[in-house]
Design a protein around this ligand. Structure first.
Ligand SMILES: *[C@@H]1O[C@H](CO)[C@@H](O)[C@H](O)[C@H]1NC(C)=O
Ligand SMILES: *[C@@H]1O[C@H](CO)[C@@H](O)[C@H](O)[C@H]1NC(C)=O
Length: 459
């Protein structure tokens, strides 16, 4: 074999897989560093590999454990293994190097190490690891080739020193979500913080609390109460941003929902909705109320007891509230449907005990009679006059859901009958056009079916 052929070009590609996988709540911290040995056999077929006389099965990589094990001839030893000669048997033996918390592993052409004891590798550990990979992970090659290879590596990749410097900086910069939230809560809570700084901290928190664990951490670090307390701050921007954070934190997060209700969030949000505030504040407050009530019958009951339905009614009727109307009706509709679905699920052949408990809780949420009592039978149809299809759709669905409690009223309401008939005519045409375009189960057809059903119910 001659010249450049035959030997494998072995580069050590250093990639930090995951410098930081710290899990704040479990206190576990691991680091992982991977070195990929991109050994590429030469393209030219006649250039046989150096170890051509070694049996195929012997090429397998030795899998070191923490015990000494004999090596078979030709077996490759992964980087980071300890190798020794057993003087009694004459065999070479190897095991993983388990000094320090560094564990080495190998998987095909990938070699790596994991630090099981600390979230970071120290510079010293990195240097050692790189040396180890370099010394043991590469087949010995002659000096001249080594020089050529080094030059090639240098040309293609950044110098090792630079890489290490980057990693060092990264170690210092990587912050866990928990650390970021701690910093933001501190920034928010500083007595000399400006309004802008506080709002900025809240908006950053809002981004983080979409994650279930983060929202729970916010509660445990006392940040949630600060957010709730800001709902009645004297600054409108703080009210708005606090409602935003709260709504995102409680979304699909039962534990945080409980904390928020117990922290008095519901009263404060209702106060924002019931008093004169800009639309932007009310929108966020409504968003937070809806998220707080969803799948949480305890909060729904509190909402009813605190006069929530009345507050929403005033919001619906307010002259400037047009933009909020469909949101208000959606909130009520969701509550009605949620309870219905729960009681339907009660028909399951094997009801479990938690289901019984849920049924019991929802039984205490008596929304429909209250809606009828507070004039909602007459309010919901107002949405039908909207030019928006989805508003009309929402109104029709809500009408249907409220039908058992509003039927008598609807039967006597000739204005409702007229507007439903007019809509029916309109959607018959729209649905026809839809079918003409080949859409059998189109959106307009769906609305038409809803209209037919509602009309059938009020006639
Ligand atoms: C906010 O600041 C107050 C007063 O400095 C302090 O008592 C409180 O513990 C702080 N709250 C949080 C969650 O950091
Ligand atoms: C907010 O409400 C709490 C009680 O719920 C009250 O102690 C506090 O003074 C109120 N803050 C403002 C700024 O009105």
């Amino acid at each position: 074999m001659t010249g450049s052929g035959g030997w494998k070009t072995a580069f050590l590609l250093l990639s930090v897989l995951c410098a930081h996988l710290a899990q704040a709540d479990s206190g576990q911290a691991r680091s992982a560093l991977t070195v990929v040995d991109s050994s590429e056999p030469s393209d030219e077929a006649e250039e046989a590999p150096v170890d051509e006389d070694v049996d195929e099965e012997d090429l397998e990589v030795f899998q070191p454990t923490d015990q000494w094990q004999s090596l078979r001839p030709g077996q490759a030893v992964p980087a980071g293994s300890h190798v020794r000669l057993n003087l009694q048997t004459g065999h070479r033996e190897a095991k993983v190097d388990d000094s320090s918390g560094l564990k080495y592993w190998t998987n095909g052409q990938r070699q790596g190490m994991v630090n099981t004891e600390a979230p970071y590798f120290s510079t010293k550990e990195l240097k050692e690891a790189l040396k180890k990979f370099k010394e043991e992970g590469v087949e010995p090659i002659d000096k001249e080739r080594e020089k050529k290879e080094e030059a090639a590596v240098r040309a293609q990749y950044r110098p090792l020193e630079e890489l290490k410097r980057d990693m060092e900086q990264m170690n210092m910069m990587v912050e866990t979500d928990f650390q970021v939230m701690t910093r933001l809560v501190r920034q928010f809570n500083r007595s000399e913080a400006t309004l802008e700084e506080r709002v900025a901290a809240l908006l950053d928190l809002e981004y983080l609390v979409h994650q279930v664990d983060n929202a729970q951490d916010l509660v445990s670090m006392g940040g949630m109460q600060l957010v709730i307390d800001s709902l009645n701050s004297s600054a409108l921007q703080l009210q708005e941003s606090a409602a935003f954070v709260l709504g995102s934190a409680v979304s699909s997060n039962p534990r945080v929902q409980v904390e928020a209700v117990e922290g008095g969030a519901l009263q404060k949000l209702l106060l924002l909705l019931a008093t004169d505030r800009p639309l932007s504040v009310k929108k966020k407050a409504l968003f937070a109320v809806a998220a707080l009530l969803r799948h949480f019958p305890f909060a729904q009951r509190r909402f009813l007891l605190l006069g929530g339905v009345q507050v929403l009614g005033e919001l619906f009727r307010a002259p400037g509230g047009t933009a909020l109307r469909v949101r208000v009706v959606t909130l009520l509709y969701d509550m009605i449907v949620e309870k219905e679905l729960i009681s339907q699920a009660g028909l399951d052949p094997v009801p479990d005990s938690s289901h019984q408990e849920r049924l019991r809780q929802y039984a205490k949420v008596s929304l429909l009679p209250l809606l009828a009592e507070q004039g909602w039978c007459g309010l919901v149809p107002e949405l039908l006059s909207s030019p928006e299809h989805d508003w009309r759709e929402k109104a029709l669905r809500t009408l249907l859901a409220m039908m058992p409690h509003c039927r008598e009223l609807y039967r006597r309401d000739s204005r409702l009958a007229r507007s439903l008939s007019a809509l029916q005519e309109q959607y018959q045409q729209l649905a026809e056009g839809e079918r003409g375009l080949g859409e059998e189960d189109g959106y307009f057809g769906e609305i038409l079916t809803l209209l037919d059903t509602v009309l059938g119910g009020v006639r």
